[in-house]
Design a protein around this ligand. Structure first.
Ligand code: NAD
Length: 442
């Protein structure tokens, strides 16, 4: 098929590359000329394992193209995907300005029988708004045309996005038109080799809702376990043991019950807030969802509070070595990363920061921590340790899992570690002579 993907970010670029990999001809569109120029010259704007190889392969196979011109690429297109950002609006709802701008442009330039797919995460009712925005332009053109708006929310996770897209747990298609559903089924068929059971079709509103509910459920598991971790500390229990104790129950399972420094990223914080807002707009107070959010806000500062408890409120002559800035491993994404909040708390009290992340340093330096003083960035985890009063682990990159602890002891002023991701064995760390702080264990 001929596909146009509008919005070449994490979702648009990964989707475009994966659809091209399956033999479709794909054009990824973006308004960011620098991004498109770079992609045309083989520069991949984000770090995502496997993405660069896949993009380059499909560009050289002439199955993947990049452009800033939507108009030219709607002509031969079978399906147009909207994959632009839906950031958090001022009141917590999803800001649809990019989605509706794209809908308007589609309406201005589309041809007959186009399928428009909402891949961005959008609140229930957005497909209707997209449809209306397109129809308005068609009325203006005075050219009646057949088109269908389908909801196909994306469930990929950054850091493992290619794998998730190529071998999805499920693909959700919300559509009110059988022909459009069939076309989506045909598009996704190569991703399901043996059975199409994992392509789940439903009405548009339920599909839009499914994405928010999936993210809210995962965020709930995280906040629940973080709350339990905080109680464990108070009563002298070890959350690491409790986690194994409950995860072994098949009704509960082990996934998403790791305590830590709270969830971040571009999705959970804004999607949880948007779902709460949707409920509110419909006269319902979403108490559990509000609690998930409140617990997370507090959790982001648990490690900072432990540091302040240990070193005091005045951190003027203290230097901390930070291992990990990205909101999770295998990505350079810094959006809503707990590291931002923790570093700001420490800097506010006068601390100096030595920071290292395998991939996210540039993002941190140029955007998210741009205006934060007292940070020096290093290109190796060990280099951050010199003259530092403690090491603080904030992202569980594989290279942090089994470091040379003797080197840590040698370089740090005192062997102190604050572990915001519970990566090390508590008893072993104490035996090795470290003062070691975790989440959920006193
Ligand atoms: P992103 O910010 O990385 O990319 C969005 C892109 O859209 C940007 O490159 C921007 O320049 C472009 N854009 C904005 N307006 C445009 C326009 N009028 N025409 C063309 N391009 C335009 O965003 P993302 O992380 O890829 O997320 C996109 C959507 O997918 C969001 O709704 C998000 O919630 C959802 N989502 C994201 C993830 C994830 O892990 N990042 C996972 C699932 C769903």
């Amino acid at each position: 098929m001929n596909l146009t993907i509008i919005g070449t970010g994490y979702v648009g670029l990964v989707s475009g590359a994966c659809f091209a990999e399956m033999g479709n001809t794909v054009t990824c569109i973006d308004i960011d000329e620098k991004k498109i120029d770079g992609l045309r010259n083989g520069i991949i704007p984000i770090y995502e394992p496997g993405l660069e190889t896949m993009v380059k392969r499909n560009v050289s196979n002439k199955t993947l193209y990049f452009s800033t011109n939507l108009k030219n690429h709607l002509e031969k297109c079978d399906i147009a995907f909207i994959a632009v950002g839906t950031p958090m609006g001022e009141d917590g709802s999803a800001d649809l300005k990019y989605v509706l701008q794209v809908a308007k442009e589609i309406g201005q330039h589309m041809h007959n029988n186009l399928i428009i797919v909402d891949k961005s995460t959008v609140p229930v009712g957005t497909a209707d708004k997209v449809k209306a925005a397109i129809q308005k332009e068609l009325d203006h053109r005075n050219e009646p045309m057949d088109f269908h708006v389908v909801s196909n929310p994306e469930f990929l996770k950054e850091g493992d996005a290619i794998n998730d897209f190529m071998k999805p747990d499920r693909v959700v298609v919300g559509s009110d038109n059988e022909e459009a559903t069939e076309k989506m089924r045909a598009l996704y068929a190569p991703f399901f080799r043996s059975s199409m059971d994992r392509l789940i079709t439903m009405d548009v509103r339920s599909a839009e809702m499914t994405k928010y509910v999936a993210n809210a459920m995962l965020a709930t598991k995280i906040s629940f376990m973080n709350e339990i971790a905080n109680i464990c500390e108070l009563v002298g229990a070890d959350v690491n043991k409790v986690r194994i104790g409950i995860g072994s129950d098949s009704r509960i399972g082990y996934s998403f019950i790791y305590p830590g420094s709270g969830y971040g990223g571009s999705c959970f914080p804004k999607d949880v807030k948007a779902l709460k807002k949707t409920a509110e707009e419909n006269g319902y107070t979403a108490e559990l969802i509000s609690a998930v959010e409140n617990v997370n806000d507090k959790q982001k500062l648990v490690i900072a509070n432990k540091i302040i408890q240990r070193f005091g409120e005045d951190l003027t002559n203290k230097t901390f070595s930070i291992w990990g800035l990205a909101f999770k491993p295998e990505t350079d994404d810094m959006r809503e990363a707990p590291s931002i909040y923790i570093i700001k708390e420490l800097v506010k009290r006068g601390a100096k920061i030595h920071a290292y992340d395998p991939k996210a340093t540039e993002e941190a330096q140029h955007f998210y921590l741009k205006d934060t003083k007292n940070i020096t960035y290093f290109d190796s985890k060990y280099k951050t340790l010199q003259n530092s009063d403690a090491m603080i682990l904030l992202t569980e990159w594989k290279e942090f899992r089994s470091p040379d602890f003797e080197e840590l002891k040698k370089q740090l002023k005192q062997p102190i570690i604050f572990d915001g991701r519970n990566q090390y064995n508590h008893a072993r760390m104490l035996k090795n002579g470290f003062e070691y702080y975790q989440i959920g264990k006193k």
